[in-house]
Design a protein around this ligand. Structure first.
Ligand SMILES: Cc1ncc(COP(=O)(O)O)c(C=O)c1O
Length: 407
């Protein structure tokens, strides 16, 4: 046993300061409720940043993990394993993809996607065709390649030199992409809804236009569905509601329902460029992760659950509108399904962090998407009662912040 208390103060003592977690320490969760060390209860609208799509400690996920943990934990990719094969088969059956590469996180899935796009173009068109075009405000992870493809300079600053051959254009601006794309472009990378960048959906016409431009220039279209995937928008993947298919899709977050796993999905046309020995990961396709993800996918990829997402969203929006009718604090409610962005009015811009901290004091977990936007990415099966109770807490937090502002 440790001789000193295990609390938030210990974080500052022993952890690298790249995070600044909230002041309480959560110790257990169930469904969409979480409790801290003092047994204070919280309603969870954050969902571990769009990860806990089935809430906390879902009994079927617990059972899958327990069952697999009695069988086999790890082998490395020198051997394959049954859970990985089953999960890959289910993912390819359910999507545009023919082939899957497993890894452990979103950034790793994107790293694989960007490397594969480069390698495919190298193999088929030569080394000149290596340029990647992505979008301002896009977010693709925190490795050096992914912060470089990401469209927010602040995540790159101080870590340069960054990998080259990457440019950015404004999101939802087809003319800008048309001006930038060329036969040297190997891939265009986008999120169907920019998550971290402020919960900004791609316009349907824009997405179609991007696909056409990619086809004209033999460039691959990479959809980063790490935040929008696995039921978040009410489709298994957001592209399914957009009438456009990517060549490569990355998935992570909700794929494991809280157990770390990432996946890169692609077609038979593109996959051969990741031939034997070209890429890898020790843990990728780990049996524990794949067993949990297989169960999560089985539960989420059901019409009832996916259709329910729109109903839950409607309740969220209705409750948010009620709050706004009283307090006139939101400029816009946007997003799709249960990826909800609430932009604060201009005079409250920059204050999202104080709403987040005050909500936590009131017993509600929410997220931000930049300094002006509150973000919610709850469990896809959050009970209606928890939505209503959570909204009452959000209103209390808003009143508290407004009183402090006016004091
Ligand atoms: C769209 C998108 N891509 C990539 C990532 C990176 O995923 P991870 O943190 O698992 O590396 C995130 C994480 O927030 C994301 O939202």
């Amino acid at each position: 046993m440790l001789k000193q208390p295990v609390n938030r103060a210990l974080f500052d003592e022993v952890m690298v300061p790249n995070y600044n977690p909230q002041q309480m320490v959560p110790v257990r969760g169930r469904g969409s409720r979480v409790w801290d060390q003092e047994d204070n209860e919280y309603i969870d609208f954050a969902g571990g940043i769009a990860v806990n799509a089935l809430g906390h400690v879902h009994p079927a996920l617990v059972a899958a993990l327990k069952e697999q943990s009695d069988k086999l934990w790890h082998l490395s990719n020198t051997f394959t394993n049954e859970p990985a094969l089953r999960l890959a088969k289910k993912l390819t059956d359910a999507t545009f993809a023919d082939k899957v590469f497993f890894c452990n996180s979103g950034a790793e899935a994107n790293e694989a996607a960007f490397k594969l796009a480069r390698k495919y173009s190298y193999d088929n068109f030569g080394p000149e065709k290596h340029e990647i075009i992505a979008f301002y405000q896009g977010f693709h992870g925190r490795t050096l390649f992914t912060v470089s493809v990401g469209g927010q300079a602040k995540y790159r600053e101080g870590f340069e030199p960054a990998p080259g051959g990457i440019s950015h254009v404004p999101f939802n601006d087809l003319a800008a992409l048309k001006a930038a794309i060329s036969d040297k472009t190997c891939a265009v990378v986008m999120e169907p809804i920019q998550g971290e960048g402020g919960v900004i959906p791609a316009d349907p016409e824009f997405v179609k236009g991007v696909r056409e431009l990619c086809d004209q220039h033999n460039a691959l279209l990479v959809f980063d569905e790490i935040q929008t995937g696995v039921g978040r928008t009410g489709h298994l993947y957001a592209y399914m509601g957009m009438g456009v298919e990517p060549d490569i899709l990355t998935s992570a977050k909700a794929l494991g329902g809280g157990f770390p796993i990432g996946a890169m999905l692609t077609t038979n046309k593109v996959a051969p460029s990741f031939g034997f020995g070209t890429h890898g990961s020790t843990y990728g396709g780990n049996p524990l992760a794949c067993a949990v993800a297989e169960t999560a996918l089985d539960l989420i990829n059901q019409p009832e659950l996916l259709n329910g997402v729109a109903d839950k969203r409607a309740l969220f929006v209705e409750e948010l509108q009620k709050i706004n009718a009283k307090h006139e604090i939101f400029k816009e409610i946007r997003g799709d399904g249960l990826l909800i962005g609430v932009e604060l009015i201009d005079t409250m811009h920059g204050k999202a962090a104080s709403f987040l901290a005050t909500a936590r004091e009131e017993g509600l977990m929410i997220l931000m998407a930049g300094p002006n936007v509150l973000r919610m990415a709850p469990s896809l099966i959050i009970p209606d009662e928890d939505i209503r109770d959570g909204m009452a807490l959000l209103e209390r937090a808003i009143i508290k912040v407004l009183m402090a502002e006016n004091a």
